[in-house]
Design a protein around this ligand. Sequence first.
Ligand code: PGA
Length: 254
Amino acid sequence: MRQTIIAGNWKMYKTVAESVDFVRQLLPRLEPFSNVERVVCPTFVALAPVADVLRGSAVKVGAQNVAFNKEGAYTSQIAPGMLQGLVEYVIIGHSEARKYLGETDEDINKKAKIALEYGLKPIIAVGESLETYEAGQTAAFVGGQVRAALSGISAEQMASIVIAYEPIWAIGTGKNASADLANQIISGAVRGTVRDLYGDAVAGALRIQYGGSVKPDNMADYMSQPDIDGALVGGASLKLDDFTKLVEAAAQVK
Ligand code: PGA
Protein backbone atom coordinates (compact mmCIF):
# COMPACT_ATOMS: atom_id res chain seq x y z
CA MET A 1 0.00 0.00 0.00
CA ARG A 2 1.62 3.25 -1.13
CA GLN A 3 0.72 6.35 0.86
CA THR A 4 -0.34 9.24 -1.35
CA ILE A 5 2.04 12.19 -1.24
CA ILE A 6 1.13 15.72 -2.27
CA ALA A 7 3.98 18.21 -2.35
CA GLY A 8 3.60 21.93 -2.99
CA ASN A 9 6.57 23.35 -4.87
CA TRP A 10 6.44 27.09 -4.28
CA LYS A 11 9.32 27.81 -6.68
CA MET A 12 10.46 31.46 -6.40
CA TYR A 13 7.21 32.70 -4.90
CA LYS A 14 6.32 34.01 -1.44
CA THR A 15 8.57 36.04 0.86
CA VAL A 16 9.57 34.66 4.25
CA ALA A 17 6.69 36.50 5.95
CA GLU A 18 4.20 35.34 3.31
CA SER A 19 5.40 31.74 3.60
CA VAL A 20 5.03 31.73 7.38
CA ASP A 21 1.61 33.34 7.23
CA PHE A 22 0.50 30.85 4.57
CA VAL A 23 1.54 27.73 6.49
CA ARG A 24 -0.10 29.04 9.66
CA GLN A 25 -3.38 29.17 7.77
CA LEU A 26 -2.77 26.00 5.78
CA LEU A 27 -1.92 23.77 8.72
CA PRO A 28 -5.38 23.55 10.34
CA ARG A 29 -6.96 23.04 6.91
CA LEU A 30 -4.68 20.11 6.03
CA GLU A 31 -4.70 18.49 9.43
CA PRO A 32 -7.80 16.29 8.91
CA PHE A 33 -6.41 14.46 5.86
CA SER A 34 -4.04 12.18 7.69
CA ASN A 35 -4.10 9.39 5.09
CA VAL A 36 -2.24 11.72 2.69
CA GLU A 37 1.37 12.75 3.21
CA ARG A 38 1.46 16.56 2.90
CA VAL A 39 4.65 18.49 2.08
CA VAL A 40 5.42 22.15 1.41
CA CYS A 41 8.60 23.22 -0.38
CA PRO A 42 9.23 26.93 0.21
CA THR A 43 12.24 28.90 -0.93
CA PHE A 44 15.50 28.32 1.01
CA VAL A 45 15.30 31.46 3.16
CA ALA A 46 11.83 30.50 4.39
CA LEU A 47 12.73 26.90 5.32
CA ALA A 48 13.75 27.55 8.93
CA PRO A 49 10.77 29.72 9.95
CA VAL A 50 8.32 27.45 8.08
CA ALA A 51 9.87 24.40 9.75
CA ASP A 52 9.38 26.14 13.12
CA VAL A 53 5.67 26.61 12.44
CA LEU A 54 5.22 23.02 11.26
CA ARG A 55 7.38 21.28 13.87
CA GLY A 56 5.35 18.60 15.62
CA SER A 57 2.61 18.74 12.98
CA ALA A 58 1.90 16.22 10.25
CA VAL A 59 2.76 18.66 7.45
CA LYS A 60 6.32 18.17 6.28
CA VAL A 61 8.88 20.48 4.74
CA GLY A 62 10.94 19.97 1.60
CA ALA A 63 13.72 22.00 -0.03
CA GLN A 64 13.71 22.78 -3.74
CA ASN A 65 17.30 21.71 -4.39
CA VAL A 66 20.56 20.66 -2.74
CA ALA A 67 24.22 20.83 -3.68
CA PHE A 68 26.12 17.63 -4.46
CA ASN A 69 29.13 18.47 -2.30
CA LYS A 70 29.33 18.31 1.48
CA GLU A 71 30.85 21.77 1.80
CA GLY A 72 33.37 23.97 0.05
CA ALA A 73 33.89 27.07 -2.04
CA TYR A 74 30.59 26.84 -3.92
CA THR A 75 29.11 30.32 -3.70
CA SER A 76 25.29 30.28 -3.65
CA GLN A 77 24.94 26.56 -3.02
CA ILE A 78 23.19 24.88 -0.06
CA ALA A 79 24.82 21.72 1.29
CA PRO A 80 22.82 18.68 2.41
CA GLY A 81 24.09 19.02 5.99
CA MET A 82 22.60 22.52 6.09
CA LEU A 83 19.16 21.09 5.41
CA GLN A 84 19.29 18.40 8.08
CA GLY A 85 16.78 19.02 10.81
CA LEU A 86 14.90 21.52 8.64
CA VAL A 87 13.48 19.35 5.89
CA GLU A 88 12.48 15.77 5.31
CA TYR A 89 12.34 15.98 1.50
CA VAL A 90 14.35 17.61 -1.24
CA ILE A 91 13.26 18.10 -4.83
CA ILE A 92 16.03 17.04 -7.19
CA GLY A 93 16.16 17.35 -10.97
CA HIS A 94 13.22 19.71 -11.42
CA SER A 95 13.06 20.68 -15.09
CA GLU A 96 13.56 24.34 -14.14
CA ALA A 97 16.83 23.45 -12.35
CA ARG A 98 17.85 21.32 -15.33
CA LYS A 99 17.11 24.21 -17.66
CA TYR A 100 18.15 27.36 -15.80
CA LEU A 101 20.94 25.91 -13.64
CA GLY A 102 22.20 23.54 -16.32
CA GLU A 103 21.81 20.46 -14.12
CA THR A 104 22.69 17.22 -15.88
CA ASP A 105 21.54 13.65 -15.24
CA GLU A 106 24.93 13.07 -13.61
CA ASP A 107 24.50 16.05 -11.24
CA ILE A 108 21.04 14.81 -10.34
CA ASN A 109 22.37 11.35 -9.54
CA LYS A 110 25.09 12.88 -7.31
CA LYS A 111 22.49 15.02 -5.55
CA ALA A 112 20.19 12.06 -4.94
CA LYS A 113 23.06 10.03 -3.49
CA ILE A 114 24.34 12.73 -1.17
CA ALA A 115 20.81 13.61 -0.04
CA LEU A 116 20.26 9.96 0.96
CA GLU A 117 23.60 9.93 2.76
CA TYR A 118 22.36 12.83 4.89
CA GLY A 119 18.99 11.25 5.58
CA LEU A 120 17.05 13.55 3.23
CA LYS A 121 14.41 11.96 1.01
CA PRO A 122 14.76 12.87 -2.66
CA ILE A 123 11.76 13.69 -4.82
CA ILE A 124 13.41 13.11 -8.18
CA ALA A 125 11.72 14.90 -11.07
CA VAL A 126 11.83 13.56 -14.60
CA GLY A 127 9.96 14.53 -17.74
CA GLU A 128 10.26 15.17 -21.44
CA SER A 129 10.15 18.32 -23.55
CA LEU A 130 7.39 19.03 -26.05
CA GLU A 131 9.78 18.14 -28.86
CA THR A 132 10.51 14.72 -27.36
CA TYR A 133 6.82 14.15 -26.70
CA GLU A 134 5.86 15.03 -30.27
CA ALA A 135 8.60 12.79 -31.62
CA GLY A 136 7.03 9.87 -29.69
CA GLN A 137 10.22 9.42 -27.63
CA THR A 138 8.73 10.02 -24.19
CA ALA A 139 9.04 6.50 -22.78
CA ALA A 140 12.65 6.03 -23.89
CA PHE A 141 13.66 9.48 -22.70
CA VAL A 142 11.97 9.27 -19.30
CA GLY A 143 13.21 5.71 -18.76
CA GLY A 144 16.75 6.98 -19.47
CA GLN A 145 16.38 9.81 -16.95
CA VAL A 146 15.17 7.36 -14.30
CA ARG A 147 18.09 5.00 -14.90
CA ALA A 148 20.63 7.83 -14.80
CA ALA A 149 19.18 9.38 -11.63
CA LEU A 150 19.22 6.05 -9.77
CA SER A 151 22.67 4.85 -10.76
CA GLY A 152 24.47 3.42 -7.71
CA ILE A 153 21.42 3.73 -5.44
CA SER A 154 20.66 0.54 -3.51
CA ALA A 155 17.34 -1.29 -3.31
CA GLU A 156 17.17 -0.37 0.38
CA GLN A 157 17.66 3.31 -0.36
CA MET A 158 14.82 3.19 -2.87
CA ALA A 159 12.41 3.11 0.07
CA SER A 160 13.30 6.78 0.73
CA ILE A 161 12.81 7.92 -2.87
CA VAL A 162 9.82 9.47 -4.59
CA ILE A 163 9.82 10.06 -8.34
CA ALA A 164 7.77 12.84 -9.91
CA TYR A 165 6.87 12.52 -13.57
CA GLU A 166 6.42 16.04 -14.90
CA PRO A 167 6.19 16.51 -18.66
CA ILE A 168 7.88 19.88 -19.25
CA TRP A 169 5.20 20.91 -21.71
CA ALA A 170 2.61 20.62 -18.94
CA ILE A 171 4.39 22.67 -16.27
CA GLY A 172 2.80 26.04 -15.60
CA THR A 173 1.16 25.98 -19.02
CA GLY A 174 -2.35 24.87 -18.10
CA LYS A 175 -1.85 22.09 -20.71
CA ASN A 176 -1.85 19.05 -18.47
CA ALA A 177 -1.12 15.54 -19.70
CA SER A 178 -4.30 13.46 -19.63
CA ALA A 179 -4.63 11.20 -16.61
CA ASP A 180 -4.46 8.13 -18.88
CA LEU A 181 -1.31 9.28 -20.58
CA ALA A 182 0.33 10.23 -17.29
CA ASN A 183 -0.53 6.82 -15.84
CA GLN A 184 0.80 5.06 -18.91
CA ILE A 185 4.20 6.79 -18.70
CA ILE A 186 4.36 6.41 -14.94
CA SER A 187 3.53 2.72 -15.01
CA GLY A 188 5.72 1.90 -18.02
CA ALA A 189 8.67 4.27 -18.25
CA VAL A 190 9.02 5.04 -14.54
CA ARG A 191 7.78 2.02 -12.56
CA GLY A 192 8.74 -0.35 -15.36
CA THR A 193 12.31 0.94 -15.42
CA VAL A 194 12.55 0.65 -11.64
CA ARG A 195 11.22 -2.93 -11.96
CA ASP A 196 13.97 -3.75 -14.48
CA LEU A 197 16.58 -2.31 -12.15
CA TYR A 198 15.38 -3.51 -8.74
CA GLY A 199 12.61 -6.06 -9.22
CA ASP A 200 8.92 -6.22 -8.38
CA ALA A 201 8.99 -5.47 -4.65
CA VAL A 202 10.93 -2.20 -4.97
CA ALA A 203 8.94 -1.11 -8.03
CA GLY A 204 5.66 -1.93 -6.33
CA ALA A 205 6.56 0.08 -3.23
CA LEU A 206 7.91 3.16 -5.06
CA ARG A 207 5.72 6.24 -4.87
CA ILE A 208 5.40 8.12 -8.14
CA GLN A 209 3.78 11.54 -8.45
CA TYR A 210 2.41 13.31 -11.46
CA GLY A 211 3.18 17.00 -11.88
CA GLY A 212 2.21 19.61 -14.44
CA SER A 213 -0.82 21.90 -14.20
CA VAL A 214 -2.47 19.86 -11.46
CA LYS A 215 -5.54 21.77 -10.26
CA PRO A 216 -8.49 21.05 -7.97
CA ASP A 217 -10.67 20.21 -10.99
CA ASN A 218 -8.34 17.57 -12.47
CA MET A 219 -6.88 16.16 -9.26
CA ALA A 220 -9.45 13.38 -8.82
CA ASP A 221 -8.75 12.11 -12.36
CA TYR A 222 -5.06 11.73 -11.65
CA MET A 223 -5.60 10.22 -8.24
CA SER A 224 -7.98 7.59 -9.63
CA GLN A 225 -5.17 6.18 -11.78
CA PRO A 226 -3.63 3.01 -10.34
CA ASP A 227 0.02 4.01 -10.74
CA ILE A 228 -0.20 7.67 -9.70
CA ASP A 229 0.55 8.02 -6.01
CA GLY A 230 0.26 11.76 -5.58
CA ALA A 231 1.20 15.06 -7.13
CA LEU A 232 3.99 17.61 -7.25
CA VAL A 233 2.14 20.88 -7.57
CA GLY A 234 3.38 24.36 -8.45
CA GLY A 235 0.80 27.10 -9.11
CA ALA A 236 -2.17 25.56 -7.30
CA SER A 237 -0.10 24.99 -4.15
CA LEU A 238 0.34 28.75 -3.73
CA LYS A 239 -3.34 29.22 -2.98
CA LEU A 240 -4.89 28.15 0.32
CA ASP A 241 -8.19 26.98 -1.10
CA ASP A 242 -6.64 25.15 -4.02
CA PHE A 243 -4.00 23.39 -1.94
CA THR A 244 -6.66 22.30 0.53
CA LYS A 245 -8.91 21.01 -2.27
CA LEU A 246 -6.05 19.02 -3.81
CA VAL A 247 -5.33 17.25 -0.56
CA GLU A 248 -9.03 16.72 0.10
CA ALA A 249 -9.52 15.20 -3.37
CA ALA A 250 -6.53 12.90 -2.87
CA ALA A 251 -7.81 11.84 0.54
CA GLN A 252 -11.20 10.96 -0.93
CA VAL A 253 -10.07 9.11 -4.02
CA LYS A 254 -7.21 7.07 -2.61
P1 PGA B 1 2.59 23.59 -12.04
O1 PGA B 1 4.11 23.20 -11.65
O2 PGA B 1 1.71 22.81 -11.12
O3 PGA B 1 2.52 25.06 -11.82
O4 PGA B 1 2.41 23.19 -13.48
C1 PGA B 1 4.46 21.89 -11.32
C2 PGA B 1 5.95 21.83 -10.98
O5 PGA B 1 6.74 22.49 -11.65
O6 PGA B 1 6.36 21.09 -10.04
